[in-house]
Design a protein around this ligand. Sequence first.
Ligand SMILES: [Zn+2]
Length: 1073
Amino acid sequence: MDRHMSYVQKHPKVTKDRLAHFMSDNLLKDANLRAALYDGRVSGSPHIKLEVWAASGLERPTFAEAVKQEYKPVDIGHMFGPSWASHWVRATLQIPEEFAGKEVRLIFNPSCEAMVWSEAGEPLQGITGGEGRELHVDYIVTKCAPQASEPPLQVVLYLEVASNGTFGNGDFVIGPPKPDREFRLASADLVVYNHSAWAMFYDLQILEGMAAPLPDTSSVRAWQALATANAMVNAFELGDPDSIAEARAIGAQFFAAKGGEANHQVYAIGNCHIDTAWLWPYDETKRKIARSWSTQMDYMDRYPEYKFAASQAQQFEWLRVLYPSLFERLKEKAKCGQFLPIGATWSEFDANLPSGESLVRQFLLGQRFFEKHFGERSKVFWLPDTFGYSSQLPQIVKLAGAKYFFTQKLSWNNVNKFPHTTFRWIGLDGSHILTHMSPAETYVGQVTASELVDSLKKHKDIAYSNESLYLYGNGDGGGGPLEAMLERMRRVEDVDGLPRVKNAHPNEFYEHVEKTAKELVAWKGELYFELHRGTYTSQALTKKYNRQCEFLLRDVEMLSVIAQTVDSRFAYPADELTRMWQQVCLNQFHDVIPGSSIEIVYKDSTAIYEEVVASAVALKQQALSVLVASSTDAPQATGLAVVNTSSWARTEVIAVPGLAQQAGGVQQMSKRNDVALVLATVPGCSVHAVDLSAQAAAVEQVAPVRVIREEDGSVVLQNAFVAARISADGRLTSLLDLQQQRELVPSGAQSNVLELYDDLPIYWDAWDIEIYSQEKVRPVEGASITVVDEGPLVASVAVEAKVGKASSIRQWISLSASSARLDFDCDVDWHENRKCLKVAFTWDIYSDQATYETQFGVVQRPTHRNTSWDMAKFEVCAHKFADLSEYGYGVALLNDCKYGYATLANTMTLTLLRSPKAPDANCDMGQHSFRYAVYPHTGMFNESDVVREAYHFNVALSHLPVDLGATNLAALSSFFALDNAPNVVLDSVKAAEDDSRDVVVRLYETYGGHARAILSTLLNVGAAYTTNILEEKEADLELKQAVAPSQGQSVALNFRPFQIVTVRFSAANPSKN
Ligand SMILES: [Zn+2]
């Protein structure tokens, strides 16, 4: 009997422990493989001289500024800080003679992030200090140090040290940043790697991973991996290079066994998910991009097979402007197919909150950028980390020239496991795209045996498509793959016991699936994310600004198109609009608009929004001043030029500040804010004169709204359509449709009930509302009411209440003479801790489904919790409205900046405010103003005009005071008109992206039916055709003279349910160009 025979199979756990200790940085490190990893190491003088300069405050100076400063000597142990401060280190390196002929690396660990610069100012490579799996602190100073006979090598490097970790400056992952964090300079050494020992180390990592499931697996290869690793440990002799060669030869026999023909194929892609802002501000992201991508380009030089993908045109644009030499290098790497710009969009956006047109702009800006700078568009729509996916995305993706979709986020669902991996995703309109959700369930893969096995084990469609995508590389805060991962990648290309793995472009994967997959399963409708349901509400101001900007930019574009048609001297502000849309799309990033970033990010986003709003207001004014040349100061005004950018006529009461009652025939001044109230009727897409002296007659045409005080202290607001009773404590206790004689508040029930919920999620504070929060609800009690306005145009009641421990609400409930819509304008002073404020409306309506507005359409979701899939949707996203309808009647709940809805049985709630404390400790504290409204209607939702009413509620008619005698607005009537299709909405009018002076009009079908719409326009049109959303021709349209000559020309457009149609009009007279 051989006394030295291995008994591995009898004691797998002991052998696994032995292996772990052989590779570990523990107390055995002076005798195990770790002790063999370096052939040389020097520190301190004379080999390394370190000097530092600290930038003042929290400035992030450029290299050019930094090198001019005075540097002071420092040593190991120096502290960098406070949080976010920048320090520049000058390192003067003297390569020792004993390193002659060797590759020499600098190990520089500042315990935070840093960038290595050459003495000449070239950004070379990123550094991720600290400890843990992100650690990347080595920089290759020379591939071959000079021989003793040659002149000695001295290298000067600059290290731009950023006082933040990869995940910012919190004391736990999502902890709010601490202002005074410091980072210790832990090491600065020159070292020579023993590459054979490192190679053995990587071999063993793979073997260890393959043996990990033992003894709970019957896999032959797992046992063989363990036995092989054990034999390699036996062969190793510290200090004997031949023993490493012998050990590696044992390993090579194992790795030589290839997998079978039916083996699963993994397409691996390096990536470094960089959140465009999250636990750090935009300005730090700009440096993270340069650090991460320069590191990856260095790996591309060293590993020619390596492929790395990055998304978000915004990040490429920052690199182009701030690091032009890196951008040029990147373009070279893109040309040779190693750096893969993908994703098709401006930012990796949140897909719940942005409007349909915003999503269009994300692709328009993104694809145009990729095409301009890299010569091609992206076929892959890439959102690995976004919190749910709108059902309109398949259509938009296809219209943007892309065809594939990638994510993995639904693996985070906390109720149901999503059932598919590779599938056809069918959108709202029936468009479908090939979709893949990485079965390894990560975008920060570490190239481990277990992740590769997961690619096979967790694949849910392997019967039809035996392949998967695998994203590896550190991320969220950037970083990307490390040398160790690339080395392990080389070892797993084709090894029996693991799936086959290859570096690949994502297109290669999708194209192969398209060619070879048997029939793929399909999923219809939204990819609802069963987590992060609080992101429809957190950081209220950001959401409000986003909504405001979307509508403001819509007005600026349409009015500018009209202005340039009316007056050829008017220049359409194309560059300004592009810049503003880029800013809006930037803030739609998947941690900014959802509300999941730190406080300083919202200081930045607010400043961006304020600038966009100010520019847009000024541009709108410029366009209007062309259209309404004779606007006058208010006191002389005899009329108003009222602007309606909707494509349908509107009759509304508008509030006109600065206009006194004595000015002409103003019939009512609002007591709430002392503004004049004026009744206006304006055709669609028109600027229309309203004669103030005719107000009395106009008001007589509509029945005035009035106030009835009841004995129990409640107040009824009544117009020709409805009577709304507000109880003495501010609840809506009755809403009577006067024409139908139908009571909408069930007997004994109340609506407009403000409710305070406990809102303590399991971990992700700003992100999550959890289902159990609904079990702990307190209605807001003790409100009081006061009558404010009593008609004839507006009647209103003010409600005041204390909310929770330290908050209060003031609410104006108002009804105008012109609509059945009951408005609730709210001012809230909000100071709660993990409480959520909702408002609840209970209706006498019976339905299994409620309807919620989404981008370019609506989706229906259950009002019950039959199944776990129904239950998981206890809080859902809607845009301007949600609606509860039964046969014959319905009520919509509209909002001007809120997105979180829920409907259970006949009660619909709107989530108003939250108060999470991480990662922003002050999230949403302070003043808020927002509005919501209820709009009762006869007929079911799809027979109603709720969509139009929701536009009205969000965009008031704008107006300018004019002297009627000097104004002629006739030419501006019905500039665009849409007939024959009440279910089609004209959403946007803009100049084409090229400088052609063509005009692009975007429309969509909103109720889920077919339509044949007649679109007419007063533009001077020579040709018309439909396009994709990149504004490229699809089909010619026949131009006809509109029925009335004053209506210009028209085209007929066919729609299928929820279809987005883009029409492009070319000018009749090209000489205008
Ligand atoms: Zn992310």
